[in-house]
Design a protein around this ligand. Sequence first.
Ligand code: HEC
Ligand code: HEC
Length: 221
Amino acid sequence: MLEGPNRPALRYGGCAKLRRTASRAALLGTLAALAACASEGERGVPQDIAGTVHVCSSCHGPAGRSFNATFPRLAGQQKEYLVTQLKAFRDKTRADPHAHTYMWGMAAHLSDATIEGLANYYSAQPPVAGTPGSAADMAAGQAIFRNGIEAEAVPPCMSCHGEKAEGADGVPRLAGQHQAYLERQLAAFVSLARANEIMHETTKNMNEEQIRQISAYLAAQ
Ligand code: HEC
Ligand code: HEC
């Protein structure tokens, strides 16, 4: 479908150029290429999940690169973690208020096979680079990430989430996630609105300021 002169233009990100140079003679080929450009940023989505990914994108952004802190970034997230979360939304066991409002309905009808496909797709997307926040918060957050807070029995986040907060298997990537999303999840673990024993034990003694600091550090990675 994309054979011929349009192909290299598309491969090298030439969608804008394609639009400018659409000529009558090349109309058919150009239309086919433009259809592919419609989902720019979502190229390479397997056919069987393309329709679903299109729906997810309306909140989570193209290729899971969301721009709004209500919606977590999914690009480069750990595959196993994505599977666990989608099943937890489907089973209604991840029950913090935003999970309930936004994700229970979304996940209700996803099959195991679709969940697997979505997790494969989003985990394979390049993660978004970090956004720096307050310098004082990032510095204090880095200390918590590396050393924990001994007096409050908070373990170093790094020990599970990895040296670069990249996560592994069922432990999520935190690097480059929206700061406000991270703060909301940590508060939900503290209050048990999002029930998770490991993260509740980890965060239960953290105060608002410490949560803001660690989140600022993680969002900047
Ligand atoms: C109407 C907006 C909306 C749509 C559409 C949507 N989501 Fe979500 N999603 C959210 C919100 C909001 C959250 C954060 C929930 C919370 O704060 O607990 C979320 C959370 C998630 C998470 C958890 C991420 C993490 O870091 O823990 C995953 C995975 C996810 N969504 C996948 C999907 C997939 C796959 C689709 C498409 C089938 C989808 N979402 C469609 C709004 C949406
Ligand atoms: C003992 C291992 C362990 C330690 C230590 C740990 N975590 Fe976690 N963390 C996890 C696991 C496992 C999950 C996934 C929980 C789930 O499946 O809901 C998680 C989830 C999270 C999430 C949710 C991410 C998302 O996308 O919704 C955040 C935020 C988080 N951890 C932050 C931290 C911070 C900050 C620290 C240090 C203060 C920390 N964690 C220490 C294991 C750990």
